[in-house]
Design a protein around this ligand. Structure first.
Ligand code: NAD
Length: 338
């Protein structure tokens, strides 16, 4: 059993902990919190040992009825690998801690590529992550882009990608971020960082991205144009999307044409936390004009990277060498077919 610690049990960390705990070859040996909270109380309910970054806060945890198993350093001693789920920028400052403990570590997309020196997407570069000590799982938007670009590149060859990201303003529970009533160019310059971030995983892809933030919490929406190396039919493209195990087609018969309706659908499916782990490509939008492929895809920011973290763990531990085997194991354990 691979012993996994989660340092930073927040939006991503708590989902990774639950995803790891249902895998047959992994277990959660502890999660860390900085202060007592609703999330910490749920972690106790789930049976995850709680470790804390700052031991001077121990009394506050105990007062809230949250037993403290030790410090983050204590947690690292018990782990084969740590998933860093701390806020963007904070993760980097934990690197010395992980180096000192001699533990493998995974960072999230809020950190720069350089923190790990390797950026990961299971379908794109699993094999290159085998045995590594440090890996960064790219952001939610980059993950969604990498999945579909890699699939199209493998099937037809990609000449160039042009994409517009309409990004959610904040995660649903976040009360201090906006915008409430504006469309914000973020960044106001073009390209946005997403294209270069895709290139950390797929260096040969010609990609330019633009991004804005809108007042919604549900999901991101991407408007994507991919120029393919050859003219193919819409049906050929749909067939590749349909058979991909982390791309889901939102079928016209559902009449879904918004992130809100898609989120409701996923909730009705009974997914935990109504998480959409796969790319949600709107089938009706998929269109070919000459060699250019057009489509919209919804990306659930809190969810798509979670399963990538599970595969990154497996690759780094080196037991499972074949990406498709790991991806299948992860998907099956989460009881999900895209
Ligand atoms: P979050 O704020 O929801 O959770 C972060 C957690 O880390 C909190 O529980 C916080 O208490 C804890 N923490 C803060 N400082 C800590 C420290 N020094 N030691 C231990 N724990 C500490 O953040 P998040 O949204 O889960 O983001 C985590 C990472 O995942 C970031 O790099 C982010 O960019 C990336 N990411 C986030 C999303 C998203 O939409 N939420 C999507 C993809 C990737």
């Amino acid at each position: 059993m691979i012993k996994v610690a989660v340092n930073g049990y927040g939006t991503i960390g708590k989902r990774v902990a639950d995803a790891v705990s249902v895998q047959k070859d992994m277990e959660i040996i502890g999660v860390s919190k900085t202060k007592p909270s609703a999330e910490a109380l749920i972690a106790v309910q789930r049976g995850y040992p709680i470790y804390i970054a700052d031991m001077s806060k121990k009394d506050a945890f105990v007062k809230a009825g949250i037993p403290v198993a030790g410090s983050v350093e204590d947690m690292l001693k018990k782990a084969d690998i740590v998933v860093d789920g701390t806020p963007g920028g904070v993760g980097e400052s934990n690197k010395a801690l992980y180096e000192k403990a001699g533990v493998k570590a995974i960072w999230q997309g809020g950190e720069d590529h350089e923190v790990a020196g390797f950026s990961f997407n299971a379908h794109a570069n699993y094999k290159d992550a085998i045995g590594r000590q440090f890996v960064r799982v790219v952001s939610c938007n980059t993950t969604g882009l990498c999945r579909v670009i890699k699939a199209m590149d493998d099937a037809f060859g990609v000449t160039k990608v042009r994409a517009v990201m309409v990004r959610r303003g904040a995660d649903p529970h976040v009360v201090k971020k906006g915008p409430i009533d504006a469309v914000v160019l973020d960044p106001p310059t073009i390209p946005s960082h997403h294209g270069p971030d895709v290139n950390t995983v797929l260096p040969h892809i010609d990609i330019v991205t633009m991004a804005m933030i809108v007042p919604t919490t549900q999901m991101h929406m991407h408007a994507i144009t991919i120029e393919l190396k050859k003219e193919v039919s819409r049906d050929e493209v749909l067939a590749i999307m349909r058979e991909h195990n982390r791309i889901g087609l939102v079928e016209p018969k559902t009449a879904i044409k918004s992130t809100a309706e898609l989120k409701e659908y996923v909730m009705d499916m009974g997914r935990p936390r109504s998480d959409l782990w796969e790319n949600g490509i709107f089938e009706a939008s998929v269109n070919m004009v000459g060699k250019e492929l057009f489509f919209f895809q919804a990306i659930h920011q809190e969810a798509d990277v979670v399963i990538e973290n599970v595969d990154a763990i497996r690759a780094m531990m080196g037991e499972v060498k074949d990406p498709e085997t790991s991806i299948r194991m992860t998907n099956e354990a989460m009881q999900f077919t895209a």
